[in-house]
Structures are given as C-alpha cells and as structure tokens.
Design a protein around this ligand. Structure first.
Ligand code: SUG
Length: 448
C-alpha cells in the first residue's frame, strides 16, 4: 500500500497577537505587547503551504479556533450577551486584561501541538491513531483540545480506518504537547520507530538525569507512555528519550526546538536529549541506514539555535527521494545556524519569511502536523482540507476580506473583533466543508 505524508498546517487565526503567555518560550516573552499583523501572519502561512505543495509534498489545512473563547469566559462566570461577557472580562480589576489575552490567543495555529499521530502502517490494529493534545501546561493552549478533537473527528470520520481519541485526562501528571515532542523515524517500507520525548516525571520523583530548574517542562514521561499505548505502537518500536533539562532551561520548551527527523535522518542539537549518544546508538540498531547530524554547543550555541530555530524546520522527502529543508529566515541570518544547515549532505535548503509566527516561538515545524495517509485513507477524507490552488486562492481572498493588519492588546476588548472573527470562521467552515465545529455554531451560547 502506498503511503504519503500530508502536512496539516494551522491557518493563523484573526486574533494573532503577542501576549507573552508562554513561560519558557523566549520569543513569546520577548515580543509581549508588540503590535501584531494577523493578516500578514496568515498570508505567510499560506505561502509556506503553497511552497510545500509545489515541491510535490502532501499539504492540507486545519482551521483556526474560535477566539475570543466566549464559552470559556462564560464558564468562568461572566454572563449576558457576547458583548456584555467581553466587557465584564475586560473590566475585571484583578485580571488586568489577562483573561482577554488568554482567551483570545491564536496559538492553535501551531498544529504540531494539536495531536500525536501514529499512522496505520505502524499501529498494531492497522488504524490511524490521533491523540489530540490536552496542552494542560498552559491555560491558553489547554482551551484548544476540545475543538481540535471535534475538528479531527470531523475530518477523520471513518471509525474503521481512523481512531481520534479523547485528549489524555487530567492536569499536570498527564500534560501532553502533541507531536512537538514526537518524532517518527523509519527505513523505506519498514515500520516506524517512534520517539516520544518528555521533560519531567509525574510519579516516582524527579528524573535521575535531573529536570529543568528555570523553565517548566511541559510534557511528562507518563503522558508519553500513554500516547504509545493509545497509538498501539509495539513496545519494541517506542523509545522515550528525555528532553535535556539544560535545553529546556535555555528555551527549548518542545523537542522540536532542538531536533527534527524524518525517514532515517535525525538532525539534533547536543542539548536536545539527555545522553543523546546512547539514543543514537539505539536508533542505529533499530532503523536501517540511520543517520544523525549532531550540532555541538561549540558549532552552534544553544542560545543561537533557540533564537534562529534551524531545527524547527520542515524536513521533507520529495517524490524523487531527495530531501528538502524549509527553514525560517532567521536561521539564514544567524551565522552558526546557517553554517550548520548548509553543511547537511544532500539536503536542499529553502528559507522562508515566517517572522509573525516566529515572534511567538513558532517556526515552520510548529505550524504543521504530519499525518501519513495511505491512498485509501486519503480517499476516505471528504472535507475540503487538502491543498490545491483553487483552495489556496480562496483562503487568501478570505484572509484579505476578514483579517486586520494591526492588532494590539487593547484591541482584544473590541467586541467588533470577536464579531469579525466569528463571521470569518463561519464562512471558513463552509469553504472547508467541515460542518459546524465551533461552539458558536453548535451550542446556544447563552445556555452555558
Ligand atoms: O505553546 N506560543 C506557542 C508556540 C508553540 C510552538 N510549537 C512548537 N514548538 N511545536 C507555545 O508556547 C505564545 C502566545 C503568546 O504569547 O501570545 C505561544 O503560545
């Protein structure tokens, strides 16, 4: 059976802004309070999708989420019409607009965090498994899990082929960040080997190799183990490397900030994983032809890797078997990052302008969820989510119609912004043939 990788990119939502919400994410903290340009951000994302599609790689889209999340504000006790709910949240003296910032974030655009995917060629029950991430480490991101589950169930609707699970239950113990901590490696035609990385342990005391001291580790070992069980990955095919605590403390809040892999190639910084040499030795034994390219601290200081995101690139196998890497422009401008990328053997580098996403800590790899589909599985998806030029142009026109080109913190108080967003999303679900997926389309908002 023929399988093809599809990159499901998140469309940047109309409320994209810099709210400084993510502790441990250096870019998010650095750009807090700056003016954002949601329209440019969304168009940059679409340009990336067009490039991936033009290289012959599968491309698809996932919709943004409903923001501000009026439902969340109502669940917190604000009452009345949408306008009244917003006005009350905006005037809450203790929150100082933090409630608005948390419920208005467009962070669902980073769909690497939407779910963890185990393709049907790897799972023991030969179904495609998607486990939506609960994202409980950050309040603004935890809001995504419900709608993500609804959207994925709508797209991957056939239960004989697809299992879209519930997000992992609970709070801190089973905190899960999705594919940002997951890497699938494989030799041509062989079952994949899955790296389920994690940053801290929920049970049994701290990890023997230590845990970060400065910034939070978002994912637990226990959640990574649950993902492997739910995805029906055979135990021999699942590895659980620990993110290096010094890497997290330097700002690598997700594994994909310091490592990227596909096929039999893994690119990593020496601070991506604890004892990376032992990990690479195991991978050499498990993946025929496995190759790793390691950047040492000397070659590429971790601070430069975090600033320029060379590892947060999309590593793509093209139809002719050659490899391409889509890197953020920032890594062309940073000399160490650029030198590292340009020494990769046989990989063609494309640099992309994605500054609006990068300023919140999301590079090319954060913006996509990789889903490997067989031809039959692809044919079973009836939603209009796969990229073609007509869809691309319609999405561009939709962005031009609905998105603002400037957004600052105070704008989040504006009830018109909420209205514009809901109108845009309603139109989008029709374009993508998704049906009603948002709270405002499914529920009588006054009733919860
Ligand atoms: O979760 N930033 C996101 C960035 C996610 C990047 N994803 C991957 N590495 N896969 C986060 O920290 C910032 C929002 C703000 O501050 O306005 C934010 O949520």
């Amino acid at each position: 059976m023929r399988y093809r990788e599809y990159n499901f990119d998140g469309l940047v939502g109309p409320t994209h802004n810099y709210a400084g919400l993510s502790r441990g994410n250096v870019a998010s903290l650095t750009h807090a309070g700056q003016a954002a340009n949601p329209r440019r951000a969304a168009l940059q994302g679409l340009e990336k999708m067009r490039l991936v599609a033009s290289l012959g790689v599968g491309q698809a889209v996932l919709p943004p989420q409903e923001r501000p999340s009026l439902r969340t504000l109502r669940r917190l006790g604000f009452r009345g019409s949408d306008e009244e709910v917003l006005a009350q949240a905006a005037s809450d003296p203790d929150s100082r607009d933090q409630l608005l910032r948390l419920t208005s974030s467009a962070a669902a655009m980073w769909t690497a965090n939407a779910a963890t995917c185990v393709p049907s060629c790897d799972s023991e029950d030969a179904r495609l498994h998607l486990i939506p991430a609960n994202l409980t480490a950050m309040f603004h991101r935890a809001l995504e899990a419900g709608t993500t589950t609804t959207v994925l169930r709508r797209i991957f609707a056939d239960p004989a082929r697809f299992a879209v699970h519930d997000p992992l239950p609970g709070g801190a113990q089973f905190s899960d960040e999705g594919a940002a901590n997951h890497t699938r490696l494989s030799a041509e035609g062989a079952k994949g080997v899955h790296l389920f990385a994690w940053g801290r342990r929920a049970f049994g005391g701290p990890a023997p190799a230590g845990e970060p001291q400065r910034w939070p580790a978002r994912q637990t070992l226990e959640s990574s183990q649950a993902l492997a069980r739910l995805g029906r990955v055979a135990p021999a095919q699942a590895l659980f490397p620990q993110q290096h605590p010094a890497g997290i403390d330097a700002g690598a809040f997700h594994t994909d900030v310091l490592a990227v892999g596909t096929g039999n190639l893994l690119l990593l910084h020496q601070l991506a994983f604890v004892d990376h040499e032992a990990l690479l030795a195991r991978l050499r034994a498990l993946v025929p032809g496995f190759t790793a390219v390691v950047a040492t601290e000397e070659e590429l200081p971790v601070s430069a890797a975090i600033k320029a995101y060379p590892f947060n690139s999309q590593l793509l196998t093209l139809p002719d078997g050659s490899m391409a890497l889509l890197a953020p422009d920032e890594s062309r401008q940073e000399p160490h990052a650029r030198a590292f990328l340009e020494r990769l053997p046989g990989v063609k580098i494309h640099y992309l302008a994605l500054g609006d996403s990068m300023q919140n800590g999301g590079g090319p790899a954060c913006l996509r969820q990789r889903i490997l589909l067989s031809d039959d599985e692809r044919a079973a998806v009836t939603a209009r989510v796969f990229w073609d030029e007509p869809l691309g142009s319609e999405l561009e026109a939709w962005v031009a119609r609905h998105y603002r080109d400037r957004l600052v913190g105070d704008d989040l108080r504006d009830p018109l912004l909420a209205r514009e967003t809901l109108t845009a999303l309603d139109e989008l679900t029709q374009m993508l043939q998704l049906g009603a997926v948002y709270d405002f389309q499914r529920l009588d908002s006054r009733s919860f």
